[in-house]
Each structure stands twice: as C-alpha cells, then as structure tokens.
Design a protein around this ligand. Sequence first.
Ligand SMILES: Cc1ncc(COP(=O)(O)O)c(C=O)c1O
Length: 442
Amino acid sequence: MSDRQAVVPNDLSAFWMPFTANRQFKQAPRMFVGAGDMHYTTSDGRQVLDGTAGLWCVNAGHCRPLITEAIQRQAAELDYAPAFQMGHPKAFELANRIVSIAPQGLEHVLYTNSGSESVETALKVALAYHRVKGEGSRFRLIGRERGYHGVNFGGISVGGIVTNRKMFGTLLTGVDHLPHTHNLAKNAFSRGQPEHGAELADELERIVTLHDPSTIAAVIIEPVAGSTGVLIPPKGYLEKIRAITKKHGILLIFDEVITGYGRLGTPFAADYFGVTPDILVTAKGLTNGVIPMGAVLVTAEIHDAFMQGPEHLIEFFHGYTYSGNPMASAAGLGTLETYRQEGLLTRGAELADYFADGLHSLAGLPNVIDIRNIGLVGAIELAPIPGSPTKRAFSAFLKAFEKGVLIRTTGDIIALSPPLIVQKHHIDEIVETLRTILSDLD
Ligand SMILES: Cc1ncc(COP(=O)(O)O)c(C=O)c1O
C-alpha cells in the first residue's frame, strides 16, 4: 500500500456528502460505527437512540437477524443475475409478497433502487400508459407545493421544494402544482388529521379546467408529506383528490416512500385513509434500508394495457441493471418476513396514542408553534430565529445527538419516526430529551 493510500481512509474531504452541511460536519464529524435494534453506536462508543428509523427506512430496527442472514446466504448463493430477459426466483417471490400486503387492486410490481427512481418509474409508467391507450395528449403531471419526490429530474419537477429546484434549469415541462395543505393559523396542534383544508383539493378542478383534462396524465402526492415536515392531509382531502382524478381519467400516484410498510400503523397510507391510488410508489422500508431497493405497484388495468402486440417484443422500455437484484430481493423477503412475524405493519396503531400524548405534552415549551402526529410519525415546528431560518432546529438536532437521541430536522421542524419496534420507554426517552433541549434552546 502506498503512503497516499494509507492516509486516505481518515481523510474526510473526498466524500462530498449528500444533503449535508459538509464544512460543519467535517469540523465535528458525527460517525456511526455500529447499530442494533433501536440504537446506533457512535465512533466514540456512545449509544444513540434512533428516533428517525435512520432516514425513515429502518422500520424493523437495526441489524435484524432474518434480514442479515438472508443477505449473507444470498451473497454466497447467487450474487447477481441479469435483470433484462432473465430472472431469478426471489424477485418473483418478493413481488408476490408485496402484492399480498398491498391495497386491493395493485397487482403488479416494477423494481427500482431508490425512492427517487421509483418516482421516475411511476411518472414514466403514467405517461406511457395513456399513450398505449391512444391518449398521448395526456402529457402533463401535477405535483404539489412542499412535495418531496426525490432528487431526479422528474421528482424535482413535480416536487415543491424551492431549494431542490432552483439550481437546475427548466426541469420537466408541462408540470403544474397543487397548493400545500399546511395551515398553522387553523390547524396548529391537531392530533391526527387536521379539520380544515379539504377544500384545497378543489384546486385540482381549477388546474384541470385550466389545462383541460385531456392533457393531464397524473397527479402525484405524498399522502402524508414527510420530508417537508410531516404535513398531514386534512380530513376529506385525499378522498376529494381521488374523486376528481377518477372523474377526469387522470391517474393518481401516491408516493409512499415514507408512509409505506407500516409507518402509519397500517401496511400503507392508502389503507389508513381508505383511498387507493392507481400507482403506489415505495422504497425505504421495503428492505429496511439495508440494501437499496424500491418497488412501484400498479393496477392490473395499467399493466394489462401494455401487454399487447407481438410477444417477442419488450412491452415497456424502462428498467435498471439492478431491478430486482438478488441481494436486494433477499433483503426484501427477510424484511417482509420480519414485519409479518412481529406484526410490525400494524404495530404503529397500538402505539400511536402513546406517541401522540408524549409529543403533545411538549406544547407550551418556548418557540414551539405546532405539534402534529399520525401513526408513528410526528413533528414539532419551532418559530425560526429571525434572520436565521433553520438554525434553531439544527441546534436542537446537534444537542439531541449529544444527549444520545437521533432526531431529524427540516427547516425549523423536528421530525420523528422511530423504528416500528419502538417501546414506550423509548418514546419517553425521546420526549424527555426534547423537553430538556427545547426548554433551554436559543
Ligand atoms: C416521499 C419520498 N419520495 C421519494 C424519496 C426519495 O427516496 P431516495 O432518497 O431513496 O431516492 C423520499 C426520500 O426521503 C421521500 O420521502
């Protein structure tokens, strides 16, 4: 090994970290070197309680045996199989298992390697579906303000986060946006779904009228917007969006990258709200975050529309080298089996009230302007420091890490989404740590 190589492992400069304040991080790195169940181990040997399931993905907790063993076995048995024109059994087995826990009517699965790729795949399926049906004039996509659909060009185009869009030119054309539903004046400190705002869904009628329904392919929304701070749909809102899309022959895509696989106490948010989309986008919890993988579920009607023409021809010109990768499929099977054995896809429902009580007990602390929750997701919104937005929440994040709890912040909002194996005493620890920090935060 050359001297240069020997030095590299301890040098932090080469890795340009994603969505990270790189310079701040590299001055005072926060490194995890191990994990088990509800905790991380830091490089200085401390235990940190995972209040965020990693990045909303480690739903079964860390280093779970069924998943670890499945991956170990798979690596020794079949490392890779070509994804195009070849198959391997576990990709099919996993697709069947996903369909078996999915809302009724979603019967076919396309694999991806991330939430961002799942979003691109869903948008492309939607556009192509209309075209194969002879309705190629439907090219427009409707997203929503404050929506997060990953970081690829389709996702940032339909997404509604200015910082993620403004650097990147013209994005996709033919995109419009619904207004977001966040309304502190009317809905602050709601438990569960807020009362006010269902009428915001009527904006879809306005957009549809403006462009004409015959030009609109799909509407994509997160049933609960996660990354922009846990924005919970007002009562009746999703039902209205579903009715309007159906009326106009527009596909409804739910981005369930965060809400999928038990986060709300039901397998999917579609189950929680009783509203079924035409396309359901997932990733994260599918493999417990262990190996990158996403899955896009579509109805039989969409799938079948493509299955025409000569049988030797490819029906849909889309896919990835790693679609349904053997290691990822094994991880997915281990994950879904863990969820099944431990009842994790519905466990959130049992703990939701306790979690809500804990979070809402923080009301009245300095600078807390909202607390909201649904299933095992919660948010505490802080008043920004005048002239320094995001700083207050970021310092809460740093203090929580020092005190041994991992939280996540977005803007001045603290978001919480513990692994679904969380126990009541873990919830108490998260809440009491936040109480101490928020009581004494600049
Ligand atoms: C709703 C939603 N969609 C898409 C994504 C993108 O997923 P990934 O980071 O795996 O590309 C995320 C990530 O947080 C998400 O929350």
